[in-house]
Design a protein around this ligand. Structure first.
Ligand code: ATP
Length: 202
């Protein structure tokens, strides 16, 4: 069974995933894998070269500063870049799932699981939620950035109440309830549910 984990900035997705990993569940970190593909996948580099010209490569690596300058503040250009990169990440995730098919379930962690459409190859989704003030403070502490920076990134994401409605399970990472206990309970449930035949989400 394929499970997704999503949540807004500072909600604690990665922290929750680390707990699942201690239970032996493999986690696919979509953002990190996409970044790795940029530097390692020659077919993706060729597609970028074809779309953006020779400036996109520098010493055999993708020039991320150049790419960022092409899409920063330009939603249409960002959409085009995403649509170019997405099939490579999609294919990589499919291969990763095949390599882990002996596990009862696997997890894909993605901040924009719904916005990117990648929930469509997933059976169940866990949302990690936390009060907004706490999320802002966590992100500011972790990234050493201003409140405005965090708010700007937050605005590009689905509001938390909308995200929560789309999820089959929720983990409340508000520091009032133990996430270890919540993950342990959910893990038991997912082990049971992984024996059933789920359709992909639509
Ligand atoms: P982003 O989408 O911004 O990458 P995320 O949802 O993956 O964030 P994490 O990186 O897991 O969130 O958490 C954000 C910060 O808050 C981290 O520094 C993490 O250590 C801290 N944090 C998360 N949950 C807790 C918690 N329950 N108690 C204390 N600190 C926490």
């Amino acid at each position: 069974m394929r499970v997704g984990i999503t949540g807004g900035i500072g909600s604690g997705k990665t922290t929750v995933c680390r707990v699942f990993e201690t239970l032996g569940i493999p986690v696919y970190y979509a953002d990190a894998e996409a970044k790795r593909l940029y530097s390692e996948n020659k077919d993706l580099q060729a597609a970028l070269l074809n779309a953006y010209g020779p400036e996109v490569l520098q010493n055999g690596e993708v020039n991320k500063v150049f790419l960022r300058s092409l899409v920063f503040g330009k939603p249409e250009a960002a959409r085009k870049l995403n649509s170019l990169v997405h099939p490579f990440v999609f294919e990589h995730y499919e291969q990763w799932c095949l390599a882990n098919k002996n596990k009862p379930y696997t997890i894909k962690e993605a901040a924009i699981l719904f916005e990117s459409g990648s929930y469509k190859r997933i059976h169940r989704v866990i949302g990690v939620v936390a009060p907004e003030a706490l999320r802002i403070q966590r992100a500011m502490n972790r990234d050493h950035c201003s409140r405005e920076d965090v708010l700007q990134r937050m605005q590009k994401q689905l509001p938390q109440d909308e995200l929560a409605k789309k999820c089959q399970y929720l983990i409340h990472n508000d520091e009032g309830q133990s996430i270890i206990e919540q993950v342990r309970d959910l893990h038991r449930k997912l082990l049971e549910e992984s024996t059933l035949d789920w359709p992909y989400l639509t």
